[in-house]
Design a protein. Structure first.
Lengths: 321, 324
């Protein structure tokens, strides 16, 4: 009897954790009154090229800073193994990341940098682990990084990681959010350096994947670093349901059109109560250049369905052969 | 031949650098790069001829903005009185988690009823605690001002292991000639100064009578900080300029040429040394001053990289007039 229960518990715990994690973005209670969905001028009229190029000045980083890579041990969960590493991104900023090796030589496989959603657990959030496993099993090396203020990069800015707090202290604070976006862009750019310089990954075979908040930021990162060969945004969009505004330099609408000609895939739920299809997702997708593709699932704000997973993997193999 | 005509003071400098070539990390400039003379560095900077347009400048402002809801969390760590001047050793929170040590000089009556100067120090290891700054701040208080001078990141109490020797070579190798690092440093200084304005207003300073004075490296930063913070009613760039003699390049958002014209209509004072071999008149100060817009006053001293007593007095009188 005990033997029968234990495996069930082992399965149930991550599922419960996953459900709790997902409750945040979609979990506006029925009584909670939210203002009408926000929009901004850039969603209909993005900034011009000159302004975009001035943004790029702020995403430049010092490539000569030593990465100072440090191993922090290995992890194993449900057949998935990873090595935790830390490396210097910018002066005074170390990024903690989990590295999932696809097998074989590093340079023989394509790689993905994975940006987590707005969970306090950062890269260790169940959905992020799940996505990392999905990509890793499909033959991709995966580097899942903690974004600043999340996971092992907790700074005290966020304490409860409730949706209300994240919006009050980060997402709806224009200056703080722009600084965070800027740091994330640099962190990903340094992640590319890490994969190429430290692990010998082929420079043209590094892509970017983001989930939820990570997908929102991925739009900006992908436009800022042309070394990223392909971008997958899962449950991303322009604004989430609680965002009220951001500065031009932190607006995905001013970047998404600059990812082309590199391919972009957006994966969203039709019934997502956080990234609304009509006001956030579809208008943003419309600004993207070709080649682009959207997979719409009959779901809310959650991990991709098995069918969508298969499509994502097939698309990635085409995009980063 | 007057020393100031030696546009290519760069030659001895380059020669000196050649002597110390082993100490120079060519990496930040690219291994293939050769050191540019000050004239060449100025010529290679497109903005000294043609600053960015208003639309681009507005994008810069987003990155120089800060969250004014972050509590200042003022802490006073010490207080002393010297001949009627009260000196408070304080810290305040600038951006989340970033505390700024500062010295606040006032009269015994406090900040009310007097103009206030926020000062940007030069690149000395001791930052705000440099004795000459303390002496000058005390003189300014006796002349009727409040003065707040804070440690810029990497200097004074904010030193890290990034700068250890504070030699000119080290500062250029590890900060000034690292364009991305330098840009981030400049932005943080500007935000720290803007938060200093918040702080002194909270403490009772007259919000319409706050000036900015920067000296040497602080003088290079003053046009940038003055342009992004409109609450500075008057700006003085003392021994500043566009680049010093060892600087090779910087990014547009950290180039004084893109900012100095945006201080107007607020008044600007520039004081330079005609014989300054570091902040060179012909290649650095004069071209920058030509981009300033009225009302601007440019004063040259027959000196090197030093502020003569008569020019300190001139600055004091100028601020007194502008911050009436």
């Amino acid at each position: 009897m005990m033997q029968a229960v234990r495996p069930r518990l082992r399965t149930a715990l991550p599922v419960m954790a996953l459900l709790m994690c997902l409750a945040g973005p979609t979990g506006a209670s029925a009584q909670e009154e939210l203002p009408p969905p926000a929009t901004d001028e850039w969603l209909t009229d993005p900034v011009d090229r000159e302004t975009f190029e001035s943004f790029l000045q702020f995403f430049r980083y010092d490539a000569e800073l030593p990465l100072d890579v440090e191993s922090r041990g290995t992890g194993r969960e449900q057949g998935l193994t990873w090595e935790t590493v830390a490396f210097r991104s910018t002066a005074g900023q170390r990024v903690v990341a989990d590295l999932y090796r696809a097998g074989g030589e590093w340079r023989d496989r394509p790689s993905l940098i994975l940006l987590h959603g707005g969970s306090g657990a950062g890269r260790a959030a169940p959905t992020t682990r799940y996505m990392a496993g999905l990509f890793s099993r499909a033959g991709f090396n995966v580097l899942a990084i903690d974004m600043l203020h999340f996971g092992d990069r907790d700074t005290g800015l966020l304490e409860t990681y409730s949706e209300g707090e994240k919006h009050e202290r980060l997402y709806n604070r224009h200056a703080t959010y722009l600084e965070w976006v800027t740091q994330t862009v640099k962190d990903v750019r340094r992640s590319v350096d890490l994969l190429v310089q430290q692990f010998g990954v082929e420079p043209g075979r590094v892509g970017l994947a983001g989930f939820s908040r990570g997908a929102v930021v991925a739009t900006i990162v992908a436009a800022a670093d042309t070394r990223l060969a392909a971008t997958v945004m899962v449950n991303g969009g322009h604004f989430d349901r609680r965002e009220t505004g951001h500065s031009a330099a932190a607006c995905p609408a001013n970047y998404i059109g600059r990812i082309a000609p590199r391919p972009l895939l957006m994966v969203n739920g039709r019934h997502d109560g956080d990234m609304l299809l009509e006001t956030s997702v579809a208008p943003l997708f419309a600004l993207a250049g070709e080649p682009k593709r959207m997979i719409l699932m009959d779901t809310g704000h959650q991990r991709p369905t098995p069918e969508a997973q298969a499509e994502i993997i097939a698309w990635l193999h085409d995009a980063i052969p | 031949m007057p020393i100031r005509r030696l546009r290519d003071l760069s030659l001895p400098i380059a020669a000196a650098l050649g002597l110390f070539g082993g100490l120079i990390d060519a990496g930040p400039l690219g291994a293939q790069d050769t050191l540019m003379t000050p004239a060449e560095a100025a010529a290679a900077d497109p903005w000294l001829e043609d600053p960015v347009d208003d639309a681009t400048f507005r994008t810069f402002l987003d990155f120089y903005s800060y969250d004014d809801s972050v509590p200042l969390e003022l802490r006073t760590d010490g207080r002393e009185e010297r001949d009627g001047v009260i000196v408070r050793r304080i810290t305040y929170q600038s951006t989340p988690g970033e505390r700024v040590p500062a010295l606040l000089y006032t009269s015994a009556a406090g900040l009310e009823g007097r103009p206030t100067l926020i000062e940007l120090h030069g690149a000395t290891a001791t930052g705000k605690d440099e004795p000459s700054y303390r002496v000058r701040a005390e003189r300014l208080v006796r002349a009727g001002f409040n003065v707040l001078v804070f440690d810029m990141p990497l200097f004074g109490e904010r030193s890290t292991d990034r700068l250890r020797t504070y030699t000119n070579l080290e500062k250029h190798q590890k900060l000034y000639n690292r364009p991305a690092l330098y840009r981030d440093w400049v932005i943080q200084v500007a935000i720290d100064a803007r938060r200093a304005v918040d702080l002194v207003i909270d403490l009772g300073a007259d919000p319409d009578r706050i000036g900015l004075a920067g000296y040497s490296r602080g003088g290079i930063l003053a046009p940038i900080v003055g342009a992004v913070e409109p609450r500075f009613a008057a700006v003085a760039a003392i021994l500043g300029g566009h680049m010093d003699a060892l600087e090779q390049r910087h990014l547009a958002p950290a180039c004084p040429a893109n900012f100095i014209g945006r201080i107007s209509p607020r008044p600007l004072l520039m004081i330079g040394g005609s014989y300054d071999s570091d902040h060179i008149r012909e290649t650095s100060l004069e071209p920058l001053s030509e981009l300033a817009r009225e009302p601007v006053r440019v004063v040259w001293s027959e000196a090197g990289h030093m502020l003569l007593p008569e020019h300190e007095e001139l600055m004091t009188r100028w601020f007194r007039t502008q911050l009436r």
